[in-house]
Design a protein around this ligand. Structure first.
Ligand code: BG6
Length: 463
């Protein structure tokens, strides 16, 4: 068993716009649903300043270049380009990402750009958001605009971040629950928007490559009972394969169709959709992975609300289909997320076997409460251990024949967690601020920064 990665393996690091940039109304930016969303807990920071990456991007990229990354995954804030989702281009917003891309290329870092990461323009939300077909049109125009503006230099694109988690965990990510019928009409619109992005990227960018970016985690049955296995089949389909089958095969899979039928959900499909679904496909799959999920067949409606409030097994319940089950074989992190590096290898193998497309991991990492010591250090050994275990499984997956081309963990720098604020940190680079106090936002290299730097330099996982 080797500990060396393939020669051109793409080591990277990832962020999203709203969780890092701040400057939420600067230079003509419009409001997104992340700027306006209802939050359960007001003791944690919102996204107005975040880690002020908008003003610190040069410093951040310099540090990332020092760490040695080859790929930087970031997202464009749609509301910087079109403050109201469509209409006049905001030139200052357009220029900002030109500058970011040029800065990355100066250091030989390839941009991997997510078109949209949970931050739909509020103006479009006011018109119905992803429930409205007009949002698909607006997205198409936005995607064409950024492909035309940046495609001469940015060749790798990701479509819409984790549409699966956005819809399943709607309350936490969007601040509101979406009724099932509407949720799956949104599914269709999100996936058609993605198809337009595949099509227009290939048409507008010479050598352009694009992929979907769902959160994929295998779903295990709680026991060997046949009905628990059936529960896992349904949740695997609803959580994982419905999305990738649409992206990569251009179809609704049969288990998912049955799930929709049994829930009396009817999706309106426009006449032009068939052509799009069947003719436009990704070049690779980008995959986010944190944890696996375990389910059983629910036997009684035991007081839990139907729905899913988190990515964790405990919160999953859809009567008639599946119910979360605590996997007794897995440890958890301090935020209650299970840790399953072996599950990463199995997930990669399953995904590759299903789609036969190159895979890049665009999120994986450990959210933890880091401590800045008086001498400016962050001893995040727990994060190094987490990364080491998962990277080891990447190596094993490659050995087992998976075409894994890169690993770009979450996150490059500390950022504001989707619903746990800045106290839950993921970065290789620490940003000095608390939930309530922005302090000086100074950047510090964590121990994991040096560890990852060494790994990239040697292209080997230290034993
Ligand atoms: C992914 C999202 O689902 O999970 C990220 O794409 C998010 O935006 C990450 O930050 C970790 O989740 P959380 O809730 O810890 O921020």
């Amino acid at each position: 068993m080797t500990n060396t990665f393939p020669k051109h393996f793409l080591w990277g690091a990832s962020i999203s716009a709203h969780q890092t940039e701040g400057a939420y109304q600067s230079d003509g930016k419009g409001l997104s649903v992340q700027d306006t969303r209802q939050r359960d807990n007001h003791d944690i920071t919102d996204f107005t300043v975040a880690v002020d990456h908008y003003h610190h991007y040069k410093e951040d990229i310099r540090l990332l270049a020092e760490m040695g990354i080859k790929v930087f995954r970031f997202s464009i804030a749609w509301t910087r380009i079109f403050p109201n989702g469509r209409g006049e281009i905001n030139q200052k917003g357009l220029q900002h990402y030109n500058d970011v891309i040029d800065e990355l290329l100066k250091y030989g870092i390839q941009p991997y750009i997510t078109l949209n990461h949970f931050d739909l323009p509020q103006a479009l939300e006011d018109e119905g958001g992803w429930s409205a077909r007009t949002t698909v049109e607006a997205f198409k125009h936005y995607a064409e605009t950024v492909f035309e503006a940046y495609g001469d230099r940015a060749k790798h694109w990701l479509t819409i971040n984790e549409p699966n988690i956005m819809l399943l965990v709607d309350k936490k990510i969007l601040g509101k629950e979406i009724p099932l019928q509407e949720k799956y009409q949104q599914f269709h619109h999100l996936m058609i928007a993605e198809k337009y992005a595949f099509k227009r990227c290939h048409e507008l960018i010479e050598g352009g490559k694009i992929g979907p970016v769902p959160n994929i985690s295998l779903v295990y049955p709680a026991t060997s009972k046949p009905l628990d296995n059936q529960a896992a089949l349904y949740f695997n389909s609803v959580r994982n394969w419905a999305y990738l089958d649409f992206s990569c095969f251009g179809r609704y899979n049969t288990v998912f169709k049955d799930y929709l039928n049994r829930n009396n959900v009817t999706i309106t499909i426009a006449p032009e959709d068939k052509e799009l679904m069947e003719n436009h496909f990704p070049d690779f799959v980008a995959m986010n992975f944190y944890t696996t999920v375990t389910v059983e067949k629910p036997t009684k409606k035991d007081g839990m609300a139907n729905g899913i409030s988190d990515q964790q097994s405990e919160d999953i319940m859809e009567w008639g289909f599946y119910k979360g089950f605590t996997n007794p074989y897995l440890k958890k992190n301090e935020f209650n997320w299970t840790i399953d590096p072996d599950g990463l290898k199995t997930t990669l193998q399953t995904l590759y076997d299903r789609y036969h497309l190159p895979i890049i991991i665009t999120e994986n990492g450990l959210g933890a409460k880091d401590e800045l010591t008086a001498d400016g250090k962050i001893h995040d050994t727990y994060r190094i251990n987490y990364l080491k275990q998962h990277i080891d499984q990447c190596l094993q997956a490659i050995e087992a024949g998976v075409d894994l081309i890169g690993y770009s963990p979450w996150s490059a720098i500390d950022l504001v967690s989707v619903h746990e604020g800045i106290s839950k940190r993921y970065g290789f680079i620490y940003v000095d601020r608390t939930e309530q106090d922005e302090k000086d936002l100074a950047r510090y290299r964590k121990d994991s920064f040096y560890w990852y730097q060494e790994l990239i330099k040697t292209n080997q996982l230290p034993s």
